[in-house]
Design a protein around this ligand. Structure first.
Ligand code: SAM
Ligand code: SF4
Ligand code: SF4
Length: 348
């Protein structure tokens, strides 16, 4: 045990089987959501009778802090809080405060659908949140509502964004999942609204996460097509990535009206630079968005495991990692496909 602590303190960073370091942790704090986006939690599956995790299975704020703290000691410095809908968690401000207090965290962000943001933006900022990403698939009221499973109201989300801006949660990123035939015709209107505002829209290729969204390749609009379409209206210039492992390719409007990003996990997989681990609300560590199994940390923690042993578990999980699902997409066996974890359980 003592050896493990010494080894971990001395060597710090851990790498996986492809020499990828662990740099970033996504923390899903809740598996529930007030939306039913068909690409994530289709309403016919997640109806009234669906049994979400019992609350006692959620990691507490203190347990989340403990895991995140140990992971930062293995090399991670970027934390993102997600869900489900993270702002549904009543102690979200406490969670943010605890994570913000960890040494070695140089980026603390949160992804939300924005419905509850107007009331919480100031408290989140005061607790130490640095940045926020708000998901907005369309500014067209009807399409927006459809893409939230009939639950969303775009005006409350725009109010949330305004509150986040005045709270100083900059720069705000706007996540847009693009689905052919659903919202792709409203992309230019959305850009017209956000261009020049300092906010950064990021277009995400519709992904085959989980097993329940009925994903079809022909509903994906490749980023390349979007770049061409947008450039015809507003010429774009590619930008360098901010850091190795950044998932979005960045472009600037030639006319100086800001920046946009494209997350092309289907058409241009980026597994080679994937430095991300994910923690589910019930305390499982996943080393890939498309994993079927996670490493349970909750039970050992509740049984009293010490930090040295917990670090040992985390190190082993990362060291044995060989995930590169997006690069292998289409070559996987059906059995593997059917057991993939759902996105709302481990965050986007
Ligand atoms: N509920 C919050 C939200 O929607 O922002 C946070 C959790 S959500 C799972 C995180 C991100 O994943 C969102 O931006 C969402 O649009 C994205 N997402 C969900 N399902 C997706 C899919 N099938 N393909 C691509 N992105 C997806
Ligand atoms: Fe909820 Fe976010 Fe999934 Fe939509 S994408 S159902 S808002 S968790
Ligand atoms: Fe990372 Fe897995 Fe996505 Fe590849 S498929 S980029 S390994 S999360």
């Amino acid at each position: 045990m003592a050896n493990k602590v010494t080894q971990w303190n001395a060597s710090g960073d851990v790498t996986d089987r492809f020499s990828r370091p662990l740099r970033d942790l996504r923390i899903s704090v809740i598996d529930r959501c007030n939306y039913r986006c068909p690409y994530c939690m289709p309403a016919d599956v997640y109806g009234e009778a669906f049994e979400f995790l019992p609350r006692r299975h959620w990691l507490t704020a203190g347990e989340i802090k403990r895991v995140a703290g140990l992971i930062t000691q293995l090399g991670a410095s970027k934390l993102r809080i997600t869900g489900g809908e993270p702002l549904l968690r009543r102690d979200i401000v406490d969670i943010v405060g605890k994570l913000a207090s960890l040494p070695g965290v140089d980026d603390l962000a949160l992804t939300t659908n924005g419905t509850l943001l107007a009331d919480k933006a100031n408290d989140l900022k005061a607790a130490g949140l640095k940045r926020i990403t708000v998901s907005v698939d369309s500014l067209d009221e009807k399409i927006f509502k459809e893409m939230s499973g009939g639950r969303g109201d775009i005006h409350s989300v725009l109010d949330g964004i305004a509150a986040a801006r005045s709270a100083g949660l900059d720069p705000i990123k706007i996540n847009v999942v693009v689905q052919k035939g659903k919202n792709d015709a409203t992309i230019l209107d959305l850009l017209e609204h956000f261009r020049g505002s300092g906010m950064i829209p990021r277009f995400i290729e519709y992904m085959d996460v989980g097993t329940l969204n009925g994903w079809k390749l022909d509903e994906v609009v490749p980023s390349k097509t979007l770049v061409e379409r947008i450039s015809e209206r507003w010429p774009l210039r590619p930008l360098e990535r901010n850091y190795r492992g950044e998932v979005a390719s960045r472009y600037a409007f030639e006319d100086g009206q800001g920046e946009i990003g494209f997350i092309s996990s289907v058409s241009e997989p980026f597994c080679g630079a994937c430095h991300r681990a994910r923690l589910s609300a019930d305390g499982k560590l996943y080393t890939c968005l498309f994993a079927s199994e996670g490493l349970d940390l909750r039970e050992p923690m509740r049984a009293g495991i010490g930090d040295a042993d917990l670090v040992g578990l985390l190190q082993n999980a990362w060291r044995s990692r060989e995930d590169r699902y997006s690069e292998l997409r289409g070559k996987e066996t059906k059995a593997a496909d059917e057991s993939r974890v759902e996105m709302y359980r481990i965050g986007g």
